[in-house]
Design a binder for this molecule. Structure first.
Ligand SMILES: C[S@@+](CC[C@H](N)C(=O)[O-])C[C@H]1O[C@@H](n2cnc3c(N)ncnc32)[C@H](O)[C@@H]1O
Length: 275
């Protein structure tokens, strides 16, 4: 049970997906999210759990719409004929179960050992079965995850949809650029990748609360990750072999049946296709 460290951030997102799934006007249904939340709650001290829920509340509105947008990208990748999907920092993602993906689809979920030590028993207890081939890849994205992915059966000659949903951040640091260089090498032409472009104040209260929770209560107050605000992720992706298109949050959410707020027009998703 990851009660602190990066793996626990996945529990916060499960809280968000469980909440969304209970709404009559839900944007998606993730029936297993509630099972993760129930199992996780039992492992937390009550006041620490209350803080997890408070942080999830602060992020709920934007993050839950983000889940829906990634669902749409999954559907688009499948409609385009892709049958190999790699979820980077998959956390408690259950799209292999809940999205009726075609049976010849292979979904590779990469995350840390402590995450899967929690996730797999909860999934087993729900007795649900994936609609496609699901592969658990226990690996640290800061180490040699390529080897682990290949040994799990990943086929570099098939086009792949690479999913980063809140795990790589801004692509402006060495480690996440290394991840993207590796996935670029593993990408057959026609592969897809989506990179988020944010404009956030890392000192805003919700980011400070999240960092404190992740660091654990006995750790000193953590500093935000150093950022290089003028790093141009889109130009960089073009340089390393991707054709890109930027879609702003405001455009992507314009037709949603729920107000999504108007954000800085630089915030959105860089949709990339491997040349
Ligand atoms: C904010 S959660 C998002 C999880 C999932 N993508 C979702 O949207 O529900 C970030 C995830 O990235 C994983 N993660 C962070 N650093 C990682 C690393 N170095 N290697 C593998 N996974 C990592 C964490 O364990 C966590 O599950």
């Amino acid at each position: 049970m990851p009660v602190d460290g990066v793996a626990m951030t996945a529990i916060g997102v499960a809280v968000i997906r469980a909440r969304e799934s209970e709404r009559p006007d839900r944007l998606y249904d993730d029936p297993q999210a509630a099972a993760f939340v129930t199992a996780a709650r039992a492992g937390f001290e009550p006041d620490r759990w209350a803080r997890v829920e408070a942080v999830a509340d602060q992020f709920y509105e934007g993050r839950t719409i983000g889940v829906h947008l990634v669902d749409e990208r999954f559907r688009a990748a499948i409609a385009a004929g892709l049958r190999q999907i790699v979820v980077l920092g998959a956390g408690l993602d259950t799209r292999a179960y809940r999205m009726a993906l075609p049976p010849d689809t292979h979904v590779y979920e990469i995350d840390l050992p402590e995450l899967f030590a929690f996730k797999e028993p909860v999934l087993a207890a729900t007795a649900a079965t994936p609609t496609c081939h699901r592969h658990v890849v226990i690996a640290d994205l800061r180490d040699d995850w390529r080897k682990s992915l290949l040994s799990a059966g990943f086929d570099p000659s098939a086009p792949t949809y690479w999913v980063d949903e809140g795990s790589l951040g801004y692509l402006n640091q060495d480690w996440n650029q290394r991840v993207v260089r590796t996935l670029t090498e593993l990408s057959a032409p026609g592969s897809r990748f989506g990179a988020a472009r944010y404009v956030v104040d890392p000192d805003a209260p919700q980011y400070r609360d999240l960092r404190r929770l992740v660091a654990g209560d006995n750790a000193p107050d953590p500093a935000p990750a150093p950022s290089t605000p003028d790093f141009d992720a889109q130009a960089w992706l073009e340089d390393i072999g991707w054709s890109t298109e930027f879609h702003s949050w405001n455009d992507m959410t314009a037709d949603l049946p729920r107000p999504a707020g108007t954000l800085d027009p630089r915030i959105g998703n860089i949709a990339a296709i491997r040349r």
